[in-house]
Write a protein that binds this ligand. Sequence first.
Ligand SMILES: Cc1cc2nc3c(=O)[nH]c(=O)nc-3n(C[C@H](O)[C@H](O)[C@H](O)COP(=O)(O)O)c2cc1C
Length: 362
Amino acid sequence: MPNPETAALFSPVSLGAIELRNRIVMAPLTRSRADTAGVPSEHAARYYADRAAGAGLVIAEATQISFGAQGYCRTPGAHTTEQMAAWRKVVEAVHARGGKIVLQIWHCGRATAHLNRQPGTEAVGPSAVHQGGQMYTDQQGMQPHDMPRALTTSEIGQIVTDFADTAARAVEAGFDGVEIHSANGYLLHQFLSTNANLRTDQYGGSITNRMRFPLEIVEAVTARIGAERTGIRISPGHTFNELEEADTFDLYRRYIPALDGFKLAYLHVMRAFSNELPYDGASLARGLYSGRMIACGGYDGASGAALLAAGGADAVAFGRAFISNPDLVERIRTGAALTEPNQATFYTPGPAGYIDYPSLAA
Ligand SMILES: Cc1cc2nc3c(=O)[nH]c(=O)nc-3n(C[C@H](O)[C@H](O)[C@H](O)COP(=O)(O)O)c2cc1C
């Protein structure tokens, strides 16, 4: 029996050129199942297809635009022939189940450790500002982040090109679109910040300058694959990866309308609460953006449906619940209990904790 409490999640919606059968989106989830060359695992097709069979849209995990963009171990790329051949299998499996899938495209910037990257690559960021804390490496466990080198303006131009090229490869492989990762303290967010970006050129200082690099990427990607296939993820006020926006409110009051001007497929907001904001980032964004919006962060079926019913977003993304419930959509529809995810296998290699969570039918 359908659960009336969650009915608002079950109407179709179009995000640009992407038609969703319902408003339940699988959030991008790094699972570290790729090999050291960034080739998605043989299990990725089943993992994604099982979830895409019910979801309105799957946003595939953060994926590097180049070897230099990598931060974590065993994350996939979308810049070599072998990687794209593996992604093609994922896309075909998703489409065979009637699903839709976009690829989140990513540069980690300073959030990186050299043991996780290919030899010959360097840690780069807006400025030579070290990120404190540590990150996991397969070889030596927890390690400090690398000290980044400030990108030159020509390197910035190359990264913009790499994003556009990666988007083109994704669409060529059959993805329904891409999501530009401008959230959670990675390179685009580092440029937006006031503590990782200390540049004195046209990419630093004023809000106009700090937004320049992300907006150049949006411009290049939309010019290449079309705005109707391009989404973007932001996380206003989110301090993950030691980021600070000293002016969150003023920054996003400029950045979100600038994004709106591109007529993107969607804006995806990872909501966070910060001292700067009197309300969460999704509420902030809704008032500043006229296009389609996906909200994410701590929702369940009932609260997600309530958000939609109140006009707070057009779709809701679920993260952790999709890890442990391949049939999450059916469970939300019927009000069935959810399986809790096991954090211990979030990022471990192999099929355990990846493709072995049961569905109700099984
Ligand atoms: C294991 C794990 C991996 C994640 N990987 C990504 C990622 O690759 N890209 C991203 O933008 N967010 C990532 N996130 C954040 C999720 O997309 C989502 O915003 C977060 O889990 C909050 O949603 P939830 O409360 O529904 O889980 C990750 C979260 C988890 C738990």
